[in-house]
Design a protein around this ligand. Structure first.
Ligand code: PGA
Length: 259
């Protein structure tokens, strides 16, 4: 089955209104037909309404986190319902920076995932091992554990709206990209884990690679059979760099369509 490629930007703690307006204008000005691709941008909460209002229809509005609660005395939290209320369509969950900086556990990731699903948001659950875990041969065990927290919530009805992003921590923001083969090996493992629950669901869900993905390595990564696009940090901060990755995804799409 053909899964639609997704290129999603993650601005992390960067940007301001002027930068976002400029980014959108520049992205538009490249005037590339990205038809056939899904393109998303995940901005800090406060910029979600601006993105929603200013983005061309071709960009999916994303946020970077969501509360595990739906309402109540939880100062500083933003609920899935609030995100949905301001037009958010997609949300990152359990990014390694949240797991590391805020001690987010697999249980918390699961609760956030449930909240996102309940409000019809597209959840992108991030998984990935640290350098030390990889060196100690624990990468697959770590990913299996992270996946286990959400796997029973996935089914054929929601799979097309859900994403798992494999982001090896050692590749995030370091310039050290996983090789296409390394990424494929883990993506294949993730898909086989999902398939042990439901083969059809596993075929539908899109698996994104993240970690120093850029215009120069995106094509190779996206050409792997189980890599369905990318989650892009640093290279999403300028429209030019981000478009370069989208173009590689488009090139990959054209190649598959003509073969
Ligand atoms: P990077 O970040 O592209 O800057 O490595 C990816 C991410 O953390 O989502």
């Amino acid at each position: 089955m053909m899964r639609k490629l997704m290129v999603a930007g993650n601005w992390k703690l960067h940007g301001n209104q002027a930068m976002l307006r400029q980014w959108l204008a520049d992205f538009d000005a490249f005037d590339e037909s990205l038809k056939g691709l899904d393109v998303a941008l995940c901005v800090p909460y406060v910029y979600v309404p601006l993105l929603k209002a200013a983005a061309a229809d071709s960009i999916i509005t994303g946020a970077q986190d969501v509360s595990a609660h739906d309402t109540g005395a939880h100062t500083g939290e933003v609920s899935a319902k609030m995100l949905q209320d301001v037009g958010t369509q997609l949300v990152l969950i359990g990014h390694s920076e949240r797991r590391q900086d805020h001690g987010e556990s697999d249980d918390l990731v699961r609760a956030k995932f449930q909240q996102a699903l309940a409000q019809g948001l597209m959840p992108v659950v991030c998984v990935g091992e640290s350098q030390q875990q990889r060196e100690q041969g624990e990468a697959f065990a770590v990913i299996e554990r992270q996946l286990k927290a959400v796997i029973d919530l996935l089914n054929v009805d929601n799979a097309a709206q859900c994403f798992i992003a494999y982001e090896p921590i050692w590749a995030i923001g370091t310039g050290l990209t996983a090789s296409a083969e390394q990424a494929q090996e883990v993506h294949q493992f993730i898909r086989s884990q999902l398939a042990s629950k439901d083969v059809t669901m596993a075929r539908q869900i899109r698996l994104l690679y993240g970690g120093s993905c850029k215009g120069s390595n995106a094509f190779e990564l996206f050409s792997m059979p189980d890599v369905d696009g990318g989650l892009i940090g640093g290279a999403s901060l300028t429209a030019e760099d981000f478009m370069a990755i989208c173009q590689q995804a488009k090139k990959q799409l054209n190649k598959t369509q003509s073969s």
